[in-house]
Ligand binder design. Structure first.
Ligand SMILES: CC(=O)[C@@H](O)[C@H](O)COP(=O)(O)O
Ligand SMILES: NCC(=O)COP(=O)(O)O
Length: 249
C-alpha cells in the first residue's frame, strides 16, 4: 500500500498580484486559510530578498495563524536565518536566489557551498525547523544533503515541467527518468523526498506514480487556475490528480 502524497500549496503569487497595485488585496494569508480548508496539507511561502511577492508581515502572520505546517522557503542569508530562528516555522527549505532571475532557476549548489551551509543548517535544526534542501535530482547534491544532515530534499521539477509544456518529448522523458532515479536514490539514503516547481495537473498526476515522493509543493499553476475555476476547486482538482496518479502504481 503506497502512502498518500502530501500537497503543500505555495501562495507566493497571490502576493505577486497584490503587489502589482501596492495595496493589501488579494491577501495571501486568506488564500492560505482557504487552501487548508480545500485540503492542503501545508503552506509554502518564499520570502525573497527583494520582497517581490511575499513580505515579512505575511510570514509573521503565516507563522502564527496557520493550522497546518508552514514550509518557509528562504535563501541562506543571515537575515533569513534570524527570521527563521525567531518564527520557528515547521520547515525551512533552503533555495538558491538571484535578484535578476524571473523564478528559481535550478537547485541549490550544496556541493560548492557545503562549508557555508553546514553551520547554517545546524542553526535551523537547533531552532526546531525541519530542514529541506531544494536541489537538482542528481546523485552528488543528494549525497551531500545526507552529509550535511538535512532530513528532507525537494527535487526541482522545473526542467521536466518546462520540457513537457514545450512538447520536447525526448527531453521530458529523460528529465522524468532523472527525477525518478533521484527520488529513489534519496529515499534509499533515508531522506524524505519532496518535489516542486512548475507542476500542473498532468505533471503532478504523472509524478505521483513515483512512490518515493511524499510531498509536492505547488503554487503558480494553481493560482492561474484559480482565476478560472476558483482556488478551492483548483486545489481539489490537484488533489484528485495526485491521488489518481498514486492509485495507478
Ligand atoms: C523555490 C521555488 O521553486 C518556488 O517555490 C518559488 O518560491 C516560487 O517563487 P518564484 O516564482 O519567485 O521562484
Ligand atoms: N518549491 C516549489 C513551490 O513551492 C511551488 O513552485 P511553483 O508551483 O509555484 O512553480
Amino acid at each position: 500500500m503506497t502512502s498518500r502524497l502530501r500537497l503543500g500549496i505555495n501562495i507566493d503569487h497571490v502576493a505577486t498580484l497584490r503587489n502589482a497595485r501596492g495595496g493589501a488585496l488579494p491577501d495571501p494569508v486568506r488564500a492560505a486559510h482557504l487552501a487548508i480548508a480545500a485540503g492542503a496539507d501545508g503552506i509554502t511561502a518564499h520570502l525573497r530578498e527583494d520582497r517581490r511577492h511575499i513580505r515579512d508581515a505575511d510570514v509573521e502572520r503565516l507563522a502564527t495563524e496557520l493550522t497546518k505546517p508552514l514550509n518557509f522557503e528562504m535563501a541562506t542569508t543571515d537575515e533569513m536565518l534570524a527570521l527563521a530562528e525567531r518564527l520557528k516555522p515547521h520547515a525551512a527549505c533552503l533555495v538558491p536566489e538571484k535578484r535578476e532571475e524571473r523564478t528559481t532557476e535550478g537547485g541549490l549548489d550544496v556541493v560548492g557551498q557545503q562549508a557555508m551551509l553546514a553551520p547554517r543548517i545546524e542553526r535551523l535544526k537547533a531552532a526546531g525547523c525541519r530542514v529541506s534542501l531544494f536541489i537538482e535530482p542528481d546523485r552528488a547534491p543528494i549525497a551531500m544533503a545526507v552529509k550535511l544532515g538535512a532530513p528532507v530534499v525537494e527535487l526541482h521539477t522545473g526542467s521536466w515541467c518546462h520540457a513537457v509544456v514545450a512538447g520536447e518529448t525526448d527531453k521530458a522523458a529523460s528529465e522524468f527518468q532523472r527525477l525518478a532515479e533521484g527520488a529513489a536514490y534519496a529515499a534509499s539514503l533515508g531522506l524524505e523526498v519532496h518535489a516542486g516547481h512548475g507542476l500542473d495537473y498532468e505533471t503532478a498526476r504523472q509524478l505521483a506514480r513515483v512512490s518515493d515522493f511524499v510531498e509536492f509543493n505547488i503554487g503558480h499553476f494553481l493560482m492561474g487556475e484559480a482565476i478560472f475555476v476558483g482556488l478551492d476547486t483548483a486545489i481539489r482538482r490537484m488533489r484528485l490528480a495526485m491521488d489518481d496518479g498514486r492509485a495507478a502504481i
